[in-house]
Design a protein around this ligand. Structure first.
Ligand code: ASP
Ligand code: MG
Length: 415
């Protein structure tokens, strides 16, 4: 079997949905299972809805209606007035309303999963109905019947054994299924989610359990590039990347593929194709066993909004193990992500990311014990497979505040 994954960008509007049908006609869909994420930016929209609901904000009704209007206008554009898909969409919204009107939990993450997951239910209902209309006969599948998880809402762990069994016993290779990425169900029967951008991972789970011949992720770019075209003019396509290299790139922050996706594929050596849904017959990139990357180009990874923090003891004595352990305990407690560490005799520097806006609360605590210098607005630049030229290019165009290198990778905190 083959697994296809279409992301939010591929179904961001009615034309996107039409294009999915075109892609399937072009490349074929025999023995295929399709994993789909929410339409466009609908996961973000549902996230805002949850926040408004929890904080009892007056914007709640507006947001709720915007989400409904977005989906219904796509339905209007794709289907006739009386089409049965309208009922399916209405049911999802009325179930959402019922849930929010009757539930009495204070658990943000629990409510988040019950609400946000509806974006995937909506997209799959609409796309499945449209493909059937276009003669691409398919069956809509509720993925929660197959992906079994623990009950950590917003970051559920998959129970591989149960999931594997459910997938193997349920999936008929002769049926074209359309199902949701990102969501699953726990033992108590509640919906869970696997973490943002988790649809790739869902597709990886299906590929693994079904011993798929390949997984294809359809994107709005040609494939995996050696640099983010938003920051670099001449980004080039990588034709092939090894599994290990893909994991390395993801580790340094390349937003290529959800990092958890690779491991199950690597275990069974299932190739992963990243292809363009605009030029579906182009080669794209394949992640597979074999040489690290082809062509062997330096890969640039940019992480913005970093803080460079340098810490010394108040009496300028050496930084010792105990100090470092105290500092890390703080970072852990305040959910600060540490992206790079450099230690010298009397100071300890870290490049960090303050995703949860907690650093300002932490800073006074650190200052009680240490002398702390903070440089905000820094960028962390990583070059995998750096060359003298690529290094010179970065150093000429930026002020380098800190630099660290291993044989294959150089990282620089720049201003
Ligand atoms: N819709 C979810 C998200 O945007 C999952 C995904 O797109 O992979 O995070
Ligand atoms: Mg998405």
């Amino acid at each position: 079997m083959e697994i296809f994954k279409f992301g939010g960008a591929s179904v961001k509007d009615a034309d996107g949905v039409r294009n999915v049908a075109k892609v399937l006609h072009r490349v074929g869909y025999d023995h295929t299972l399709i994993v789909l994420s929410a339409m466009g930016k609908m996961t973000n929209a549902f996230e805002s809805l949850v926040t408004a609901y929890m904080q009892k904000e007056t914007t709640f009704n507006i947001l709720r209606d915007e989400i409904e209007t977005f989906h219904k206008s796509i339905v209007d554009s794709l289907f006739a007035k009386q089409h049965e898909v309208r009922r399916a969409v209405d049911v999802i919204f009325s179930e959402l309303d019922d849930f929010l009107n009757t539930q009495n939990s204070e658990d943000y993450d629990f409510i988040y999963d019950q609400v946000v997951s509806r974006a995937e239910l909506l997209s799959t209902k609409i796309v499945s109905a449209y493909l059937n209309e276009q003669g691409i006969e398919n069956t809509w599948l509720d993925v929660r019947d197959l992906i079994k998880t623990n009950n950590v809402y917003r970051g559920a762990e998959v129970d591989w054994k149960l999931t594997n069994q459910a997938i193997v016993s349920h999936i008929d290779p002769n049926v074209l299924y359309i199902t949701q990425g990102f969501i699953g169900r726990n033992e108590e029967g509640y919906t869970t989610t696997l973490g943002r951008e988790g649809s790739d991972y869902s597709a990886g789970i299906f590929a693994y359990s079904l011993d798929a011949t390949s997984l294809t992720i359809w994107k709005d770019v040609e494939g995996v590039l050696n640099a983010d075209p938003r920051y670099f003019n001449d980004a080039q396509l990588l034709k092939q990347i090894s599994y290990t290299e893909a994991i390395e790139l993801a580790f340094y922050g390349a937003s290529v593929i959800h990092p958890k996706t690779i491991q199950p594929l690597q275990k069974k050596e299932i190739p992963l194709y990243v292809k363009s849904f605009i030029e579906p017959t182009n080669q794209g990139t394949v992640v597979t066993r074999g040489s690290k990357i082809d062509p062997l180009l330096p890969c640039f990874i940019v992480k913005k909004d970093q803080l460079l923090v340098s810490i010394s003891t108040l009496d300028f004595s050496f930084i010792m193990e105990q100090n470092i352990s105290d500092i890390f305990n703080y970072f852990h407690a305040y959910k600060i992500k540490v992206n790079l560490i450099q230690n010298s005799a009397i100071s300890f520097s870290v490049c960090i990311e303050d995703k949860y806006n907690q650093f300002n609360t932490l800073l006074p605590l650190l200052q009680k014990e240490f002398l702390v210098k903070v440089f905000s607005g820094a960028t962390l630049l990583t070059i995998r497979h750096f060359t003298p030229d690529s290094l010179a290019f970065i150093e000429e165009n930026n002020t380098v505040l800190l630099k660290q290198s291993t044989q294959e990778t150089v990282q620089m905190v720049v201003q």
